[in-house]
Design a binder for this molecule. Structure first.
Ligand code: C2E
Ligand code: CA
Ligand code: CA
Length: 497
């Protein structure tokens, strides 16, 4: 009996050991199935299993992230680099969302984060109120800016009362957080032999405002993300009309294709004045389309690969029109046109370098082929101005390599010229441009008032352009201005104001 008992005990204990091992193995396997093998982050399965636990009582942000143009990176640099980019983005996201159950990798290059919406105390309110001046100065999205401004009114004791103020403050804090998240994710990825600029598109849905079901919120955040991507925005909050807006975007795209086929655009001309003689010495050609403003039209056309055709259209028209004018016309060239030898070569046959000058931005000259194309154009006699100079990341080191005749100072600096910390930057640019190694003509654009004009006089600026002198005009109006000879800018009422 005793030996039978011993046998039973040892059998049971052996079975228990086995059971424990089996359970451990199953656990491990389950854990394994719920983790992404590349990044170690909880995956879609994990999210699905925990969906019901994630939302709860507190308001939340459901944030979708998608790596911009990962397919392109995979194709261009290979899958290993693509994987490396995913891993780096995952690591950065992991630092932003360190909490358990906050961050999931839901597909190849898609991440979802669940974040507590800012709960506010008075400290947070103060922080925003103090910081609004700095925010106004920065290039904030209008949406975020409105929230800040509204909040300031409320904070300074408007009739709205504290709860309205809190709501607005919450929105502005939310914008700031999303802004900061976007910035944290937009850092160049350093590879052994090159630097990749990786961007992450962001779409956001709010719980409980936009729904109570995680999967529904996930879908809505995704829609918002697509919208952000389409409009080149840093992030986009879901809104109820977002679905129908895709139809509008779609129809805008097909209208644009048709407009390009038919040349359904008009051109306007903004006079450029000589600062000393106050006479019109040139005019910049600007494209107009009935259906959208240039800041929508140009990115859309770029996305659709239509910029070369548009530039072709503008150049042909401008070249013909310039024959009727006593001054040359400045035409903007898109980076695509500058980058392609064929398109750049086309310009030579389309335009007369005596009548047409070219404006390019620094985005157009980031590779050797583009610089080579520009050199060819310069050899053919075209004058080339570097547009929006000082905006974005200026490639100062590239300046000695570029075949330029002029710099157009970005209007951002002109509009802050009364502030010493901005003026010194302008003064330094002037010093560079006027150095004997460069001898570049300087054009200041975006002049909106007389005070700025007077400041510019004290600098060594050659030419000026801006609403205060003249808005972009239809051809007839430009011709009248030129014909009447009243091109001195003191005829403009706005300057006397
Ligand atoms: P840009 O080349 O910097 O053109 C100057 C822009 O500043 C124009 O905007 C003009 O209307 C605006 N502007 C002029 N004076 C003032 C001022 O005093 N204050 C302010 N705030 N703005 C002023 P627009 O016409 O909306 O064009 C926007 C951008 O679209 C242009 O910037 C250019 O990059 C692009 N673009 C416009 N037409 C063409 C075109 O025919 N071809 C190409 N490739 N790009 C174009
Ligand atoms: Ca321009
Ligand atoms: Ca410009």
């Amino acid at each position: 009996v005793r030996s039978e008992q011993t046998m039973m005990i040892s059998l049971v204990s052996e079975l228990t050991d086995q059971a424990v091992k089996l359970i451990q193995l199953l656990e491990k396997e389950k854990n394994f199935a719920e983790r992404d093998s590349l990044t170690g982050l909880p995956n879609r399965l994990a999210l699905e299993q925990r969906a019901s636990l994630l939302l709860g009582a507190q308001p939340k942000l459901i944030i979708m992230f998608n790596i911009h143009r990962l397919t392109y990176i995979n194709e261009q640099y290979g899958r290993d680099i693509g994987d490396m980019v995913i891993a780096i983005v995952a690591e950065r996201l992991g630092k932003l969302f360190p909490g358990e159950g906050q961050l999931f990798k839901v597909a190849g290059d898609e991440f979802l984060a669940v974040l507590d919406d800012a709960t506010l105390d008075n400290g947070a309110l103060e922080y925003v109120a103090l910081d609004h001046a700095a925010l106004e100065d920065s290039h904030l999205e209008q949406d975020a800016f409105d929230h800040i401004t509204l909040n300031r009114g409320a904070y300074e004791g408007s009739a709205q009362g504290m709860s309205g103020a809190k709501e607005e403050t919450k929105k502005s804090l939310r914008s700031k957080r999303l802004e900061a998240i976007h910035q944290a994710l937009h850092v160049p990825v350093e590879l052994p032999d090159r630097v990749l600029s990786v961007q992450v598109d962001i779409g956001v849905a709010l719980y409980p405002e936009h729904g109570a079901d995680l999967f529904d919120l996930w879908r809505k955040a995704n829609l918002a993300l697509l919208k952000a991507r389409m409009h080149h925005k840093r992030y986009q909050l879901f809104y109820p009309g977002v679905e129908t807006s895709f139809l509008r975007d779609l129809s805008l795209k097909s209208s644009l294709r048709i407009a390009v086929q038919h040349g359904d655009f008009t051109l306007v001309f903004q006079p450029i004045y000589d600062l000393a003689s106050e006479r019109i010495v040139a005019a910049e050609v600007l494209l107009r389309w009935d259906e959208a403003a240039p800041d929508v039209l140009i990115p859309l056309a770029e996305e659709l690969g239509l910029m070369a055709e548009i530039d072709h259209f503008v150049l042909t028209q401008a070249n013909a029109i310039s024959k009727m004018l006593p001054v040359p016309l400045a035409v903007n060239l898109s980076p695509t046109t500058v980058a392609h030898k064929k398109d750049a070569g086309h310009i030579l046959s389309l335009a007369d370098p005596q009548r047409i000058t070219l404006e390019v931005t620094e985005h157009a000259v980031t590779n050797a082929a583009a610089v080579k194309n520009l050199r060819r154009l310069q050899k053919a006699g075209f004058k080339i101005a570097l547009d929006d100079f000082g905006k974005g990341y200026s490639h100062l080191a590239l300046l000695p390599e570029l075949p330029l005749t002029a710099l157009k100072l970005d209007r951002f600096f002109v509009q802050h010229i009364h502030e010493p910390r901005y003026r010194i930057i302008l003064e330094s640019i002037v010093a560079i441009a006027k150095h004997e190694a460069y001898r570049l003509e300087l054009v200041a654009e975006g002049i909106e008032d007389r005070a700025s004009l007077n400041f510019l006089r004290s600098l060594n600026i050659d030419r000026v352009q801006g609403y205060a002198l003249s808005r972009p005009l239809p051809l007839e109006d430009l011709q009248k201005k030129l014909h009447r000879g009243d091109n001195s800018f003191y005829n403009d009422r706005k300057l006397h104001g």
